[in-house]
Ligand binder design. Structure first.
Ligand code: PRT
Ligand code: ZN
Length: 223
């Protein structure tokens, strides 16, 4: 059995640079080849698996990797989806990290921004997060339809595909540029470090236990 700890991070995107920087600040050294999925640490028995962020929660829940760094929005969406389809959906929450902050919000075309939540009944809402959206709608007892789009969600109302959207927001510039107004935050997110529920070998667990205080130190130093 391999004694190397496997960590999944986003290959390229908004979380990649900070995920790698955090590991390197913890003293874990890597030389990354852009085209390669797997990177071996040159300082520790650690392998990095570089994948799309959407794949990270499932890889951890299935125990394919030991730990993963992923946004809570993706983590919770995948968890709800797996629960709904009777797939294993458990994991251990290790740390909330200080990057990747954003919010999942409902937004309406400017001309309709005075509409209340209840007015969304019977309307179509475009989103990449149908499970998080449906959970919110259910708690609010609103009967609206989620329309799944994996990209270009912000143009859906103008294209006549939906009446409203539910998308990630950080500065709000994208909404503004598309004539949309944020009306309701439904989920707040940041990057998280998670571990698989299936036990690690003692050597791997010990290595992880050594890394966590370093990670806490790095995060505290940034505060
Ligand atoms: O290829 P892969 O599937 O790995 O990447 P991806 O394109 O799905 O994700 P990516 O790299 O865009 O984002 C990765 C993670 O970063 C997200 O899952 C969030 O956890 C986090 N994050 C933080 C964000 C944002 N901020 C963010 N602003 N993810 C996306 N956005 C997008 C948003 O969807 C919208 O299009 O940025 C636009 C809005 O930004 P503002 O600043 O204009 O409001
Ligand atoms: Zn993604």
């Amino acid at each position: 059995m391999s004694e190397r700890l496997t960590i999944a991070i986003q290959k390229s995107g908004r979380l990649s640079k900070e995920s790698l920087a955090l590991l390197q600040a913890c003293g874990v050294k890597f030389s990354i080849h852009q085209a390669r999925l797997l990177a071996h640490s040159t300082s520790h028995p650690i392998d990095l698996l570089r994948v799309r962020d959407d794949d990270i929660p499932g890889l951890v829940m299935d125990g394919v990797v030991d730990v993963g760094l992923v946004g809570e929005n993706v983590l919770e969406e995948v968890r709800l989806e797996r629960e709904a389809t009777s797939q294993r959906a458990d994991y251990i929450d290790l740390r909330a990290l200080d990057f990747g902050q954003c919010r999942l919000s409902l937004a309406l075309p400017k001309e309709q921004s005075q509409l209340s939540l209840a007015d969304l009944a019977g309307k179509r809402i475009a989103t990449t997060y149908p499970f998080l959206l449906q959970r919110f709608l259910k708690t609010q007892q609103i009967d609206a339809q989620a329309v799944m789009l994996t990209g270009s969600v912000e143009v859906a109302p103008r294209a006549g595909l939906a009446d409203a959207i539910c998308d990630l927001v950080s500065t709000g510039a994208t909404l503004e540029a598309n004539g949309l107004v944020e009306t309701q935050v439904i989920f707040r997110s940041r990057a998280k470090l998670i571990q698989r529920k299936q036990p690690l070998s003692p050597a791997r667990q010990q290595l992880l236990q050594q890394l966590l205080p370093r990670l806490d130190g790095v995060q505290q130093a940034k505060e």
